[in-house]
Ligand binder design. Structure first.
Ligand code: ATP
Ligand code: MG
Length: 352
């Protein structure tokens, strides 16, 4: 049984996931919240390096995340997933584009507001990191690390503080005794769970989870999937779930955004994407997953070669150099994803 299958049966009805632009989704947000998706990303770009030799890590990315929705962000290593997650949490400055956030009274553009104006949003928007070790202060006990987050936002103070910290540790599969230890006394997997506990401590409404399971062993992965899915359902949490694990994405996410070399190649409700992937890259990615649909594996050759360099991408469709269906016209194709109906978007001209 896969981790996803062994997780509790709290999976959302993926077929009910909304289209882009998103009209509505399961929501427990405050009634006063502004209408529209919680997060609306448009034209988002990130260039690293000097302007003379730019590394275009994220190119003109757009998608939405509805309140209460879990959106999966998938793609090979180096496709720009972490860079997008970091731009949504203001850890990386976007080079261009808009990230409209409707969590407060009025929508704010996270890509444009000053860090001072962003500060009040910090509790609402949390990031769970791939490797949280760097973000855990080595001189503080776990009790202090999680306690600091509670104190910053005035949550669970006084006699309620330690029981809350213990409960958070238990929720992520750790023991109460661990509260008295220091970060270096934990394994990588345990540190990941501490990072998750700290993010959850401040009761955020939007979490960017960047490969939150990759450091955990299989049995703990199922617990954390349960935890995330449980919290999402109970608290109306909105999630951007970044992962290589297509089984977990299928289980946890309402919709999926597929990235290739910093570009969105396909967006679709999860069920539709896994049942009938449209873009040749999505098909290859699913065929290469550890538990592919046998028909897909027969039909689609596995991906060969490496991702091209983002410093020197192919012209037109950047997937064409690895695409089994590539033709001459792909070299000049504009990759802007186009709607296919039923909430699906594809960047391949064959899908038009
Ligand atoms: N600070 C940086 N300076 C220069 N290039 C960077 C920087 N951060 C990321 N990149 C480049 O941007 C591209 C996207 O990187 P990113 O970390 O977002 O990919 P990813 O999809 O998260 O990969 P992985 O699955 O390995 O975590 C890569 O080519 C990477 O080398
Ligand atoms: Mg990453």
């Amino acid at each position: 049984m896969s981790r996803a299958a062994s997780a509790a049966s709290a999976a959302p009805d993926a077929s009910a996931a909304s289209a882009m632009p998103v009209a509505s989704a399961a929501s427990s947000a405050a009634p006063a919240a502004a209408p529209g998706p919680l997060v609306e990303i448009a034209g988002l770009c990130k260039q690293f390096g000097p302007p003379s030799a730019p590394v275009r890590a994220v190119v003109d990315v757009g998608f939405t995340i509805a309140r209460g929705e879990t959106v999966g962000l998938v793609g090979e290593s180096g496709s720009g997933k972490t860079t997008i997650g970091r731009m949504l949490t203001r850890l990386t400055e976007p080079s261009a584009g808009r990230v409209l956030y409707r969590g407060g009274d009025a929508p704010v553009d996270l890509a444009a507001i000053s860090l001072r104006r962003y500060r009040p949003l910090r509790a609402r928007i949390q990031m769970i990191f791939q490797d949280p070790y760097a973000s855990l202060n080595p001189r503080l006990r776990i009790r202090q690390i999680i306690g600091e987050a509670l104190d910053t936002h005035g949550l669970h103070q006084g006699a309620a503080r330690l029981p809350r910290i213990h409960a958070l540790l238990r929720q992520v599969g750790l023991d109460e005794d661990h509260a008295e230890r220091y970060p270096h006394e934990f394994s990588g997997g345990q540190r990941q769970r501490i990072g998750i506990a700290r993010a959850l401590a401040v009761e955020p409404e939007f979490i960017v989870a960047d490969e939150p399971l990759s450091a955990l062993d299989v049995s703990i992965q199922a617990q954390v999937i349960n935890l995330l899915s449980d919290l999402r359902d109970r608290l109306g949490l909105t999630l951007l779930f970044i992962s290589h694990d297509l089984d977990v994405v299928e289980y946890l996410c309402d919709r999926v955004v597929v990235l290739y070399l910093g570009r969105v190649v396909e967006i679709a409700p999860t069920r539709a994407l896994y049942d009938r992937p449209r873009h040749p890259y999505t098909r290859a990615l699913l065929a290469a997953s550890p538990t592919p649909d046998p028909a897909l594996r027969r039909e689609i050759p596995l991906l060969e070669g490496d991702l091209p360099s983002p410093a020197n991408p192919p012209s037109g469709c950047v997937f064409r150099t690895r695409c089994p269906l590539a033709e001459a016209r792909c070299a000049s194709h504009d990759m802007t994803p186009r709607p296919l109906g039923d909430g699906r978007w594809s960047a391949c001209w064959r899908d038009e």
